[in-house]
Ligand binder design. Sequence first.
Ligand code: PEP
Ligand code: MG
Length: 320
Amino acid sequence: AATVAVAAAADAAITRDGHRIEVFANLGSLADAEAAVAAGAEGCGLLRTEFLFLDRASPPDVEEQAALYDRIGAAMAGRPVIVRLLDVGGDKPAPYLDFAAEENPALGLRGIRVGLTHRALLETQVAAILRAAKHHDLRIMVPMIASVEELEAVRAVVAGEAAKIGRTRPIPLGIMVETPAAAMIAAQLARRADFFSIGTNDLTQYALAMDRGNPAVASGIDGLHPAVLALIAATARGAERHARMVGLCGGLASDPLAVPLLVGLGVEELSATPNRVPEVKALVRRLSRADCRALAEAALAAATAAEVRALALRFQQELP
Ligand code: PEP
Ligand code: MG
C-alpha cells in the first residue's frame, strides 16, 4: 500500500496553484476496476453494487458478496474503494424483493429506503463489506439520503455488524448527496457523515423535477442549471463546516466543461467513468483553483443553464 501511495502522489492531479484534486473512477464490475487502474484512477469513488443483485432469483449471500468486494479491493491495489450500498428501486426490480407497483418509482421505495425496509438485505451487505475491509481500504456510502434519521439508522446497522465480528476500528461511512433535501441540510449531515459524494444525475432530476429516464424531458435535464450548481455549493459549504471531504460521482465529473466549475464550487474528488480518467487528470493540471472559483461565482449568478454553458465554454477556450 505504501508503494501505491508514493506512485499515486507522483501521478496526482494538482492544479497550477497547488490544490490536489483526487481523480477516482466509477465501477460497476471487476473488469471496470482493472480498466480504472490502467487509466490512472487514484481510487474508486462509486462502486455500483447493483450488478451483484439484479437478474437473479435470490440475493447474493455474505460469502459471495465478500468474495467480490475482496477481488475488487485487490484489483484496486491499496487505493480507496467507496462501496455504495444497494441502490435498487421500483424501476430496477429484483424478483426476490416484494415491490408493489409504484406510480412514481423515482419518488418511491428506492436507494437506502429499500435497505431500511429489508433489513436482512442491508445487514448482509454491510457484513460482507466489513469482511472484505479487513484486507482493503473499503468505505461505505449510503445512496438517496434525504434525512439525518436514515443516516443514523444505517450507522446503527454498521455498528451492529462491526460488533459481531469484533471490529473496533470504524469504517468510513459517507453519503451520496443526490436529493435537494440532503444538500439543504448538508451541515447537519456532515456532522454525522465521514464524507460526501454528490450524485448529480439524481440531484438534477430531483432539483428540476424531471424524470431522468423520460425522453420527453431529456433536453431539459441539465446538470449545469444554476439551481443544481446552487445545491452543489450548499453541499460544499455544509461539508466545510465540519471539514468533510466532498466528492462527486455523477456524470458531471466526466464532463470537461463542468470540471472547472466543480473545482471552483469546492469539489475535491471527481469520480469519472474509467475511460475519462486520463482526460480529467490532464484538465485538472491546467486549472487554477482561484480562477475556477471566480468562474463558479459567475455561474451561480447566471440566470440559465445556457448562460452557465457559455461562461464555462469561454473559460475552457481561455485555458493556458
Ligand atoms: C447519481 O445519481 O448521480 C449517481 C452517481 O448515482 P446513479 O447514477 O447510480 O443513480
Ligand atoms: Mg443516483
